[in-house]
Structures are given as C-alpha cells and as structure tokens.
Design a binder for this molecule. Sequence first.
Ligand SMILES: Nc1ncnc2c1ncn2[C@@H]1O[C@H](COP(=O)(O)OP(=O)(O)OP(=O)(O)O)[C@@H](O)[C@H]1O
Length: 331
Amino acid sequence: MNQAVEVIDVCKKFPMVSGYSDFFLQPLQKKYMMALQDVNLVIPNNELFCILGANGAGKTTLLKILCTLMLPNSGTVLIQGLDVVQHASQIKRLIGYVLSDERSFYWRLTGRQNLQFFARLQNLSPTKTQQKIQALSQSFELSRQLDAPFQTYSTGMRRKLSFIRGLLTDPPLILMDEPSNALDSLSAEQVWQYIREVLINQQGKTVIITEHNLSKVERFADRFAILKNGEIKAVATPHELRQQLTPKNCYQLVLQQPTMGLLHWLATSCEIQQQTVQNDGNLLLEIVFTSPQINYSAWLADLLAVGGRVLSFSPVSHSLENIFSAYYQDV
Ligand SMILES: Nc1ncnc2c1ncn2[C@@H]1O[C@H](COP(=O)(O)OP(=O)(O)OP(=O)(O)O)[C@@H](O)[C@H]1O
C-alpha cells in the first residue's frame, strides 16, 4: 500500500447555534455550517504534508476526521487502505496524534506517570515504555521535568509531553495540529528538525501537520494543501506553486534615484507591475518582459547607456507567504 491517506469527497457540517428569534420563527429548521466541502487528498507514505489555512478554515476538523476522533457526514477516508468508519480501532493503532487543544493528561500525575498510563492503554510493554520515554524525553529536552507533576508544566512543556505521547508506540502515521504553537523559536526549530530528519528521513514515517508558521512549512514540508472555507484550493510543493504564481520573465530591479526620463524609457521597454520608493530615494520595481526572447545583458547595457544606475536585478521568486495571501485574496 503506497498511499498513507486517501480522502475522497469528504464533507463535514456542524449545527449552527441559533438565537431565540430563529427558534420561534423556524422551530423545526436547523441551520448548518459546512466545515469541510468535497475535500479530496492523496498523501503517499513517507511524506511530510502540511495543511495550511486561516483560522476557521477547517484544518483541525480534517485532522480529527483522519485520526478517527470525528466522523465525516459524507465521503470516504482511507488510512493505509482502511476505512475510518469501519476500521476505526485498527486505524488507531497505526496513528499517533498531537492535537492543540490537549486536555486529557492527568494534572496530579507526573509527566512520566502520564506517559506510563497512556503506554499501558496502548499495550506497550513496561521495558519498551521505559526505553521510549527515555529516548523521546531526551530528544524533546524534557528529561529533567519528567518527574514533576503535570500541573506544574508550562504550556510549551505540556506540548512537548503531547509529542512524546503521540510517538510512544512508534506509529507509521503521525498527525500534528500546529506543532510550533506555544513553543519558543528554538524549541519549534528543534521539533521541525526532528520531524524532518528523524521521523521522515530516518524512520520513513508519514507526518501530516497543520501549521500557521509558513517559513517552517517552506523549509521542511514536501507538499502542502491550502484550505479555505472548508475547500481545498491547491495541493502542491512550494516550488510548484511559486512557478504557477510567478509570471514568466518577471524581475525585480532596484535603481538609484532614477530620473523621469529614465522611467519613461523603462516603461517603453518593459511592463512595470509595481514600484516602491525606498527610504533612501532608490526605486524598487517589479517588471515583466513581454517578449519571450529578451536578451537580458543587451537590455541592461541599454539601461546603463540611458543613465540607469542599477543596484540590483534578479528574477522574482514569491515566498510561501505571498502565495498564501494570493490564494486567500482572490481564489
Ligand atoms: N464542534 C463544533 N461545533 C460547531 N462548529 C464547529 C465545531 N468545530 C469546529 N467548528 C467550526 O468549523 C469551522 C472549522 O473549524 P476548525 O477548528 O476545523 O478550523 P481551523 O482551521 O482548525 O482553525 P484554527 O486555525 O483557528 O484552529 C469553524 O467555523 C468552526 O467554528
């Protein structure tokens, strides 16, 4: 089985809380909001896949359906070929999950006792449990706090304990809701490095993550999906989307205090898409060459000949942040 996850035409709706007026005017009519609409996704094994979306886009709902905590209203979800509705208990053994609204730890027990408890629930032997707790608490730098009561943990430490619990049984598929959330920047970096290098590259696992930190996604993820109002708007690698959204022959040019005459020449030789005057009076331009066979060195030589003082000239490459906002604005 090469596909870790297949999501086919999945919809999820939630009843909307109605006010008194709705209750009296239309007592029998229940209103719903669509949290997920016809979602389709295929995620192969050994991929680090990210689900991106603004607040309320449906990311957590999708993750909860994948880890069998919530059922879809329609559609099919297969985890390693097993249906989440029919084979939920089998699927639970294949996945580890780390959700952001974690409330299931026992506050009076220590971190270690909590982990031992959840390991017992999952039939992990005491020896294996001890080995895993030791190795994982070292990786997530939580060894020193393991014997303190959970109620004394900071939010970041609680998050780290959730990671350890999600990985205790060595599941092949791991689902994480916003792993960087509540972690300081150094810990967030360590967690992402661990996911990429240990879980994906060394252990060959599949990891699905929801995330708001786009720079982390750009550096570490293999592919991502953009979810907007419960619908998938794009599924691609960061490189593929950048190519799709960047017009061909689009360049960034910085000129030192150009004259009006120079700008006029520029407007006749290319299309100026954007221009910004910088603090020092220099001009930052985004330009597009309409002719596909442009000779860049000849064009730059002409620009210098008409008095242009070029500080930089480079192809435009959109960041994942630009791509994300482009999808959120007009798609
Ligand atoms: N149990 C629920 N009952 C009613 N509505 C819900 C429920 N859970 C989620 N929703 C609604 O479904 C939509 C999607 O919520 P979801 O939590 O999946 O979004 P999200 O993308 O994870 O957001 P965030 O980034 O803020 O965590 C939201 O409009 C939310 O209000």
